[in-house]
Write a protein that binds this ligand. Structure first.
Ligand code: IPD
Ligand code: CA
Ligand code: CA
Length: 283
């Protein structure tokens, strides 16, 4: 049987190759004069504010080709090309070819490739590549969370912050593409804001979760994520010692459930605060 560590090595290899593709294609699809993304390379999905580029599509195809070559018997669930919602008997790869497409389009350097391996609906291995910075976050169950910053440096073991009070917590969050849900999410964040150090909306849930692992933020909370948004990043956060709550593996954004990752020293207090504000209910 393949170990979780071996699955993590595959996740890293596949996600790195995909990130190289994303980087190369962005440069090719930028108009030299306006610096804008070529309009014929972009369409929209669930709402007019939910973009998908040809790079999202190509990159998922590339990831699926690589997984089919390396792991021909496994299932794949991906944002762009779908997959079964049922939890299979064997390994399922859960893939977001670009997490942070709005940033990718606008040139904000916070978008990632996320590749996770799940067994029985639980993430056992995962890799998230911060494309613009060339940094690789990886984890496998029981093996800790690691950051490869590149440039020949050794991987660094990640730990969530030792923060002890929610009032000093920097909290990352994000918003759905549905206008009604956004209004509810905004109201929750407005209620949270006076109770924490500050709030960040970075634009890639996978990176938000890895930033909890890396101690850059103290917590991440977001409703209505899909499994491909959290599958790798939540494992990285958990393996860095964060307390993590994810929706069920079969749950989709439509269910509106929260994903939470929080440094252990403030986990009880933060979860109690969310409960007080209605933030553990579906939005
Ligand atoms: C989105 C990003 C964003 C989050 C949204 C996601 P996409 O993923 O993770 O940070 O707030 O909920 O849908 O669409 O860029 O893959
Ligand atoms: Ca995503
Ligand atoms: Ca995506």
């Amino acid at each position: 049987m393949t170990t979780a560590e071996e699955l993590a090595a595959i996740a890293v290899e596949v996600a790195r190759g995909a990130a190289d593709h994303v980087r190369t294609r962005r440069a090719e699809l930028i108009d030299d004069v306006s610096s804008a993304f070529r309009s014929d390379a972009v369409t929209t999905k669930s709402t007019p504010t939910d973009p998908v580029t040809i790079v999202d599509t190509e990159t998922e195809e590339l990831i699926r080709r690589e997984l089919a070559r390396l792991r021909p018997d496994d299932d794949v669930l991906g944002e762009e090309d779908g997959g079964s919602v049922d939890v299979p008997d064997g390994v399922r790869w859960v893939v977001d070819p670009i997490d942070g497409t709005v940033n990718f389009l606008h040139g904000v350097p916070a978008y990632s490739v996320s590749v996770a391996a799940q067994v029985g609906g639980e993430s056992v291995a995962g890799a998230v590549v911060d494309v613009a910075r060339g940094m690789v976050y990886r984890a496998h169950r029981g093996g800790g969370a690691w950051l490869e910053a590149g440039g020949g440096t050794d991987p660094v073991r990640l730990r969530a912050t030792p923060v002890e009070s929610v009032s000093m917590a920097l909290v990352a969050t994000g918003f759905s593409y549905q206008a009604d849900r956004r209004a509810a999410q905004g109201a929750l964040i407005a209620a949270l804001l006076p109770r924490v150090q500050d709030v960040r909306r970075i634009g890639s849930a996978a990176l938000d979760l890895c930033m909890v692992a890396a101690g850059m933020v103290d917590a991440h909370v977001e409703h209505a994520l899909n499994p491909w948004d959290w599958a790798a990043g939540a494992l990285v956060a958990a393996e860095a010692g964060a307390v993590v709550r994810t929706p069920a593996p079969t749950s989709r954004s439509a269910d509106g459930l929260p994903t939470v990752a929080v440094a252990p020293g403030i986990a009880d207090e933060f979860l109690a605060l969310l409960e007080e504000l209605g933030g553990l209910d579906p939005l």
